[in-house]
Design a protein around this ligand. Structure first.
Ligand code: SF4
Length: 367
């Protein structure tokens, strides 16, 4: 398949691995964080860490949209779904993420709440059209990649004069999390980032400039195929060796310097930054998430309903918080593979298809 098979070529991967081994200075330590869960899965699936020399290490980052949502927001969504007359629509990954007291959207649905799993925002819009007597709330989560589809749904609801559609907005911002990791939100020291793939198709390259200018850290935006990741690591090794800290783009077949201006304009029209937002593992980060602008408040579930966000602790046995900060690896968790597995997840990192624990378990990476 074009743009897939040629980026999984074993001989080319071995060639890049040889170059990394030849160019990485044995006297140096290279710790690179792959921000995205998609990269984490590529690394685990293709065994890319086995191709790297011991002094080049990959550190998993917090770029899993389901994983970073704190328990308090999941609890709030469950309470919202319990409101009389409310139908809550959610992406499938969110359904099984544990909230407080072992509750989840799936369990709430089993208990009688009207919660529907949807594949897109347009499914939620369609449901709102089908049940005009109910309030249909879309549980909007994710980074900059999933925000434009939420914006499109709101614009369509406006055009269709759908009065029973709203959004429980939990969209978060990648650069804010990268800044938190670099300013030491309890995270591990790193020499550079493998930058997001899909997020960068939307926001472009400029939003990462602060990594270079303020923190002297390089970023190489990379695609999700194994050669993309290997090439990005080689580019990072070269930057570190040269003492450079540039924002480079390995994923030039999809990411442009400016990103998707149309999507950016639409998001800017509908959303504005929240003063602060709680992230699992990273705590409360300023200007790290979006909320609807006052002009669109009629589509904001938090304005239409009493959505109480009550602080709630993670399961103390789950190490998701430390894993999302890069301080631990999934097998470091004592529940990994024993009590916690994809079919019975204790934490969000084992539920999501982008979670680090799910990646390690699914591909047999037990170290
Ligand atoms: Fe949490 Fe399970 Fe991962 Fe442990 S293995 S950190 S309990 S998700």
């Amino acid at each position: 398949m074009k743009y897939v098979d040629e980026f999984r070529d074993g001989a080319l991967a071995r060639g890049i691995a040889n170059a990394i081994r030849a160019e990485a200075d044995p006297a140096r330590s290279y710790r690179f964080m792959e921000f995205c869960g998609g990269h984490t899965h590529a690394i685990a699936r293709y065994g890319l860490e086995d191709l790297l020399p011991p002094n080049v290490r990959m550190i998993h980052g917090p770029g899993c949209p389901v994983c970073v949502l704190p328990v308090s927001r999941i609890d709030a969504a469950i309470r919202l779904a319990a409101e009389p007359g409310v139908t809550l629509c959610s992406y499938g990954d969110m359904m099984r993420v544990p909230g407080s007291d072992g509750m989840s959207l799936l369990k709430a649905k089993a208990g009688g709440a009207d919660i529907r799993m949807v594949y897109s925002t347009l499914d939620a819009l369609r449901i709102a059209g089908e049940v005009p007597h109910r309030e249909v709330v879309f549980f909007a989560i994710g980074f900059e990649t999933t925000t434009p589809p939420t914006a499109v749904a709101i614009k369509m609801a406006e055009r269709q004069r759908l009065a029973n559609f709203s959004v429980f907005c939990n969209h978060v911002l990648t650069p804010a999390a990268m800044r938190a990791l670099l300013t030491g939100a309890g995270g591990v020291p790193i020499e550079g980032f493998v930058g997001p793939a899909h997020v960068s198709t939307v926001i472009g390259m400029a939003p990462y400039a602060f990594c270079a200018t303020e923190f002297a850290k390089p970023v190489v935006i990379a695609g999700f195929e194994p050669l993309d990741v290997m090439q990005a690591v080689l580019m990072l090794v070269r930057q570190v060796n040269d003492g450079r800290h540039d924002i480079e783009n390995e994923y030039a077949r999809a990411v442009t310097p400016a990103g998707n201006r149309k999507a950016q304009a639409l998001v800017a029209e509908l959303f504005e930054p929240r003063a602060a937002f709680e992230w699992r593992g990273l705590g409360s980060l300023p200007l790290s998430a979006l909320t609807l602008r006052p002009a669109y408040a009629r589509f904001d579930a938090e304005a239409r309903f009493t959505v109480e966000t009550v602080a709630a602790a993670d399961n103390p046995a789950c190490d998701c918080g430390a894993i999302l900060r890069g301080l631990k690896r999934p097998p470091d968790c004592r529940l990994f593979g024993k009590v916690c597995r994809p079919e019975a997840p204790v934490g969000a990192c084992m539920v999501s298809s982008e979670g680090a624990c799910a990646a390690h378990w699914s591909y047999g990476r037990f170290r």
